[in-house]
Design a protein around this ligand. Structure first.
Ligand code: NIG
Length: 405
């Protein structure tokens, strides 16, 4: 058996393909296995001392797992919000800063003022940092344009990044991230533009896979979100929603009732909200670095969500305001220490369930026929990732069968 690429010498291959049982079983670990890759797909996983590869990579006793899927990011933006970070250290809250004209509105001003080339140059190193953390698939949201023209420009930047980065990029339209300042006194007009002009255009030109909305007292109400998400579904976009982040507002129940693929954040979710997600099969996306960074405690109840049978995904939520970090391993560590997940649940949350969260069900797992997106680590077990707290033990990253780091 000769493959284009053979990875051998691994302590274990964490396939994330188990279909039932506790999280440790769903990791479906194959100890001492090798992986054969032909073209951009996995061709073989098994033990055979005679297997060879045109390119052979020795994992040197480290473990091998699927490329990470960062299923919620805002990496396209200009400007910085370090002064808001300082204000929070002095006791101001994220909501107070937003209500005083800072927050998302501040990034919108800087992002509108930047050229497409400038936005690409700013996003590129963020994506490179994610890649070095083992991310091979990344979701990127618009949401810092907040006019029809500049939201389309953000999607164009995301598309250009998708063509130049070795990662798989999933674009999301987040035109309802905040009310644009120009529409403060005429919210209905912005909603009409989004529902009647932007969504049909984005769907027709296939500029995004998802439409998203921020349901919060500084952003959009349930009714506004419902109308927009229904309009998005009508034109063929899938939907996802930022809910129950800073104030408890029953957003999880709304997301579940609308058929949202995900409900993101959930620091303030109620017991009814957890039950609603479980019943609807909505994926919970937790962003623990933003709970920490934005001082938006409590951490989302990851333990209760897992116990209720909800698929829980983890993300970096990399953005300038609430989570200025590409550190996947900090997110994994916090998911264990603060959200109450086990290392196996957290690992599934950044691989398999994160892939489900962006509707890429072949990714986030290692199986014959699946895309050859994988990571070779310097440590012998997935358990080492959250335990070696916030540190990066990635040795090699392959995407579509090609070494990219
Ligand atoms: O996911 N919650 C809303 N959106 C971002 C924050 C964006 C910002 O502050 O710039 C989030 O946390």
């Amino acid at each position: 058996m000769n493959f284009d690429v053979l990875i051998h010498g691994a302590s274990e291959v964490v396939t994330c393909t188990g279909t039932s049982g506790p999280a440790e079983e769903r990791l479906a670990i194959q100890r001492g296995a090798s992986i054969g890759i032909n073209g951009d797909r996995i061709a073989w996983i098994g033990v055979d001392a005679k297997a060879t590869g045109t390119l052979e990579l020795d994992a040197l006793g480290g473990f091998v797992g699927p490329g990470f899927v960062d299923c919620h990011t805002h990496v396209v933006f200009a400007g910085d919000r370090s002064t808001e970070f300082e204000q929070r250290t002095q006791g101001k809250t994220y909501l107070e800063i937003a209500a005083a004209g800072g927050g998302i509105a501040r990034t919108v001003i800087a992002t509108r003022a930047a050229t497409e080339d400038e936005l690409i140059a700013l996003a590129r190193p963020r994506l490179e940092r994610l890649l070095r953390h083992g991310v091979t698939t990344v979701e990127i949201k618009s949401g810092y344009g907040l006019s029809a023209e500049s939201e389309l420009r953000m999607l164009s930047v995301i598309d250009r990044l998708a063509h130049e980065t070795p990662m798989t990029v999933i674009p999301t339209l987040l035109a309802l991230h905040s009310i644009p300042v120009e529409f403060k006194e005429k919210r209905g007009e912005w909603l009409r533009i989004v529902n009647e002009e932007l969504l049909p255009r984005v769907a027709a030109d296939k500029l995004a896979r998802f439409a998203d909305v921020f349901v919060e007292q500084t952003a959009f109400t349930h009714d506004e979100a419902r109308v927009c998400m229904e309009a998005a579904r009508k034109v063929g976009l899938s939907i996802r929603m930022h809910v129950d982040q800073l104030t408890a507002n029953g957003g999880a129940q709304l997301a579940a009732s609308l058929g949202s693929v995900t409900a993101d954040h959930l620091e303030q979710i109620s017991a009814d909200g957890i039950a609603a997600l479980a019943k609807a099969g909505t994926i919970a996306v937790l962003a623990p670095t933003s709970t920490l960074f934005a001082k938006a405690r409590p951490f989302a109840p990851g333990r209760a969500l897992c116990d209720a049978g909800v698929r829980v995904a983890i993300c970096t939520n990399c953005n300038p305001g609430s989570s200025h970090s590409e550190n996947v391993f900090l997110a994994l560590g916090l998911a264990c220490v603060e959200n109450g997940l086990t290392p196996a649940e957290a690992y599934l949350g950044f691989t398999r369930y994160a892939a489900d969260a962006v509707l890429e069900p072949e990714r986030g797992r290692l199986a014959v026929g699946s895309p050859a997106d994988l990571v070779i680590y310097d440590c012998p077990s997935y358990r080492d990732l959250p335990y070696h707290f916030a540190m990066n033990d990635v040795a090699h990253v392959l995407r579509a069968g090609r070494p990219v780091f």
